[in-house]
Design a protein around this ligand. Structure first.
Ligand code: ADP
Length: 369
């Protein structure tokens, strides 16, 4: 019983056998009980036509007919059984083969071999299943690649501030560095960078998992754009970069979490300030069409080359690693901003005519209904 339960081939064979048994039994029952009556009626009709004296011959004929039917049934049942065995073996092989291959592949994937794929033959449902299996394996492979990359990136990001701190501590112990306020300020700066990195990482992991709760309300985008401009005005003045907000007369409301959108604007305006030299200008403009509201941050800064542009939303991506390190950037800001804007049902895009030509970042948000 267990063998039958565990093997598709046996189940298929038995289902064929069931059909054969039902066919044979119904034919036998028909031949035994119904066909003699029908046959006799025909015989009686024939006797009437052929005349008296043929009755004995007709009785023999009935018996011969039944024998022939019985023998034919036995041969047909034997042939059908052999055919059922052959067909079920062939069909089973065709079904079980791919299923077995998928089973083996899934075991290898479970063991960490994410590059495993199954070969797809034919166009039937099994081929569809194989295709879905390969898609799932590809998705798992990508998750694994990203996981490994993230661990590598985080380790890389932690290495520099940690080794800086270690050297300062060793120098202090050896008496090479004096234990004076400036030394402790340097230590504190490195610790602050570490702390900010950890906070950014937490935020990134929540954003990537779509777990940042949004408190959506109908709000005019000019409100959070102006709030950000006010917060950064002093820093712009200090560096000598002009900050010019521009807005069309009537801007429709959007459905947004003000705090989160302010965070996005701080990142965009902060970057524009960081990558625009003194004397430059940053224009923040808000406009709208029938469906969407556009917030654009356009700077006259260092710009982005065509080959770096597609990567800037990737986590930890920085065009100039040394420059950003000094500035404190970890290359996570734009990744988080993009997730936040997308969580609002919008998009964040970047454009630049090239190095030295400035950059433009555009947030597109759907209009509130
Ligand atoms: P970071 O904290 O390093 O600024 P971001 O994710 O905010 O991280 O930005 C990623 C990278 O994109 C930056 O390191 C910089 O190379 C580039 N970038 C971002 N904004 C601008 C800009 N306005 N002009 C030129 N490059 C920019």
């Amino acid at each position: 019983m267990n063998t039958i339960r565990q093997h598709l081939g046996w189940k298929l064979f038995l289902s064929y056998m069931l059909v054969i048994v039902v066919g044979v039994v119904s034919l036998a029952v028909f031949a035994e009980f119904i066909s003699p009556t029908v046959f006799n009626r025909h015989m009686t009709d024939m006797e009437a036509i052929m005349g008296v004296g043929t009755a004995g011959m007709m009785g023999d004929l009935t018996q011969s007919f039944q024998r022939v039917v019985n023998e034919t049934l036995i041969v047909a049942a034997a042939l059908a059984t052999v055919t059922a065995a052959i067909v079920s073996t062939i069909v089973t092989r065709r079904i079980v083969g791919p299923v077995n291959r998928m089973q083996m592949a899934s075991r290898r994937i479970a063991d960490g071999h994410y590059e495993e794929r199954v070969e797809i033959t034919g166009e039937d449902e099994l081929a569809d299943l194989g295709q879905s299996f390969n898609q799932m394996a590809y998705a798992l492979d990508q998750v694994e690649v990203r996981r490994r990359q993230l661990i590598g990136d985080v380790a890389h990001e932690l290495r520099t501030p940690l080794s800086n701190l270690k050297s300062v501590m060793e120098a202090l112990q050896d008496g090479v560095l004096p234990a004076e306020p400036q030394t402790f300020l340097n230590v504190e700066r490195e610790l602050n960078r570490l702390q900010r990195l950890v906070l950014d990482l937490e935020e990134l992991s929540r954003a990537e998992a779509g777990q940042i709760p949004l408190q959506l309300e109908s709000v005019n985008p000019v409100t959070f754009v102006n709030a950000t401009v006010d917060r950064l005005r002093l820093q712009y003045d200090d560096k000598g970069v002009k900050l010019r907000p521009e807005a069309a007369t009537v801007i429709p409301d959007v459905l947004a979490d003000q705090a989160r959108m302010t965070q996005v604007m701080l990142n965009l305006l902060g970057n524009a300030l960081q990558y625009t030299p003194a004397g430059g200008e940053v224009v923040v403009s808000v406009s709208a069409d029938k469906q969407s509201v556009f917030i654009s941050v356009q700077d006259t800064g260092i710009g982005l080359s065509a080959d770096t542009l597609p990567h800037i939303f990737e986590r930890f991506y920085r065009v100039d690693t040394s420059r950003s390190r000094v500035g404190g950037g970890s290359g996570i800001g734009l990744t988080i901003s993009q997730h936040l804007v997308e969580a609002h049902g919008g998009t964040l895009a970047a454009d630049s005519a090239g190095l030295g030509q400035g950059s433009t970042f555009v947030v597109t948000l759907p209009k509130a209904q």
